[in-house]
Design a protein around this ligand. Structure first.
Ligand SMILES: NC(=O)c1ccc[n+]([C@@H]2O[C@H](COP(=O)([O-])OP(=O)(O)OC[C@H]3O[C@@H](n4cnc5c(N)ncnc54)[C@H](OP(=O)(O)O)[C@@H]3O)[C@@H](O)[C@H]2O)c1
Length: 263
């Protein structure tokens, strides 16, 4: 099995590591990476690093497209010599549809789209994965396993990609924004700014652990929100200011942007 990557940034790095650390997928010498740096900027194990567009005799079973959406057209054109009929193409480019990729490649290829998130870099991604039905079961399993090595995988339909991107792709940044805001809420004489960050992160960590063992989050929240207490007072302010509606509007805006980018 030979695998090629076009683009070697954050996402390709995580995926190459996933492939190399899992057994029985492929030897590092069978991974070719087409990048656009001027010189040998990368040295990783025994993978072969080639300049984007460079001649190559090898035939690849799977090609990963790990470039930014804006670069996808030029990167596919530059490397058109490596695309063949019946290959599997796996794209992580946000918002670029299977049909657009097919139009650009102009070969009879089978296409999978994946939407990982930032946490892929330490194998804690949530990845939305959709694969064309006519892909054979072994290839589907292989592609799914590569993404499982960088975290949790949920198979979805292509038309759900926009919602998945808006919620789980951009999700880490929403949580960061919330955490940043929470950190700024109070000041203490005896707690330094660095400690304040650590304490808020511990709050996030322990609350997620609690929620992973909880069936009904709203019920638990009601239980811990005592009538006339401090938490109730804070939640009332969030409700009065339409916190949930604002969040919904923000996620809808991300979904709309994903739809617009796919046109
Ligand atoms: N990072 C995330 O959290 C995340 C999450 C979900 C999906 N994605 C998707 O994953 C894709 C890659 O994201 P990333 O974060 O890995 O981006 P990245 O770190 O910027 O990596 C993209 C790489 O592609 C290279 N490149 C650009 N044009 C090229 C060409 N013609 N031939 C070969 N290489 C080329 C870039 O090189 P230069 O920097 O030199 O231009 C860069 O190293 C994007 O489409 C993004 O939508 C990313």
């Amino acid at each position: 099995m030979k695998i090629a990557f076009i683009g070697y940034g954050n996402m390709a790095n995580a995926l190459v590591s996933s492939i190399l650390t899992s057994k029985n997928i492929v030897l590092s010498s069978d991974i070719h990476i087409f990048h656009n740096k001027n010189k040998d900027a990368y040295e990783l194990d025994k993978c072969k690093f080639l300049q984007s567009g460079q001649d190559c005799e090898d035939n690849f079973d799977i090609i990963f497209l790990c470039i930014k959406p804006k670069d996808i057209e030029s990167a596919i054109k530059e490397n058109s010599h490596i695309f063949l009929d019946n290959q599997t193409i796996v794209s992580v480019a946000a918002g670029i549809t299977i049909n657009s990729i097919k139009d650009l490649i102009q070969k009879n290829v089978l296409i999978a789209r994946a939407m990982p998130n930032l946490c892929a870099i330490f194998n804690e991604s949530i990845t939305g994965l959709c694969m064309q039905n006519n892909m054979d079961d072994n290839t589907k399993d292989l592609v799914e396993n590569i993404f499982k090595n960088i975290g949790y995988v949920r198979k979805i339909n292509e038309d759900e990609m926009h919602s998945f991107t808006a919620l789980y792709g951009s999700g880490p940044a929403y949580i960061m924004y919330f955490i940043e805001s929470l950190i700024d809420c109070e000041n203490f004489d005896s707690i330094t700014d660095d400690e304040k960050v650590l304490l808020v992160l511990q709050l996030l960590n322990s609350t997620s652990k609690l929620l992973l063992t909880t069936k009904d989050i709203s019920e638990l929240r009601s239980k811990v929100t005592s009538k006339g207490g401090t938490t109730e007072s804070a939640i009332k302010v969030l409700e009065e200011n339409n916190f949930s509606e604002i969040l919904k509007e923000a996620v809808q805006s991300a979904r709309k942007k994903s739809v617009d980018l796919s046109k």
